[in-house]
Design a protein. Structure first.
Lengths: 113, 111
């Protein structure tokens, strides 16, 4: 089954404790992206990747890191999480950058206390 | 001006009626447009994509695109309570490596 898999689905952590949210897709998509979704602010892009070893900032990259060492994986790293990073996070992938529909993972609800 | 704008709603429609959702965008050269449905706490799910002016129908859903007016809409015929969700309009911005999403319209279908 074609899918984007994120883990974990729920995560509660404390300020400053490094965490990684994993994302994997099995559709051989070149383009992958991370979004956060907050009430009243909609979906905002954090980082995206056009291909292996090619990543770039989205609209709200501060406090986040990503890597793309393999085509299928695109982890999101929070080196020192803060409460303002409490949000619902989605990983997504598509065949190409922007002109193809995005396929979303199931989301990760992160709470930073 | 926001790149993609939607009326946040809530939009309330009786069961069996037509629900009409609207979206405007600012980038004149955008070529790709998408409608997603999102249930509360769930991920966005693609309903329709449209690339050319005019109407595109898929079951109870019809997407309408008017590039001259920079306007895209989604019609849902014979609305069902299960259609109650937030509907997101997404536009591929020319030269940008991303889809830009509107804030979504919350739709409620009343039995």
């Amino acid at each position: 089954e074609a899918q984007v898999t994120q883990n974990p689905r729920y995560l509660i952590t404390v300020t400053g404790k490094k965490l990684t949210v994993t994302c994997s897709q099995n559709m051989n998509h070149e383009y992958m992206s991370w979004y956060r979704q907050d009430p009243g602010l909609g979906l905002r892009q954090i980082y995206y990747s056009m291909n292996v070893e090619v990543t770039d900032k989205g609209d709200v990259p501060e406090g986040y890191k990503v890597s793309r060492k393999e085509k299928r994986n695109f982890p999101l790293i929070l080196e020192s999480p803060s409460p303002n990073q409490t949000s619902l996070y989605f990983c997504a992938s598509s065949f190409d950058r922007g002109n193809s529909p995005l396929h979303f993972g199931n989301g990760t609800r992160l709470t930073v206390t | 001006q926001k790149e993609v704008e939607q009326n946040s709603g809530p939009l309330s429609v009786p069961e069996g009626a037509i629900a009409s959702l609207n979206c405007t965008y600012s980038d004149r050269v955008s070529q790709s447009f998408f409608w997603y449905r999102q249930y509360s706490g769930k991920s966005p799910e693609l309903i329709m994509s449209i690339y050319s002016n005019g109407d595109k129908e898929d079951g109870r859903f019809t997407a309408q695109l008017n590039k001259a007016s920079q306007y895209v809409s989604l019609l849902i015929r014979d609305s069902q309570p299960s259609d109650s969700a937030t509907y997101l309009c997404a536009v591929a911005i020319q030269g940008a490596q991303k889809l830009v999403f509107g804030q979504g319209t919350r739709l409620t279908i009343n039995p």
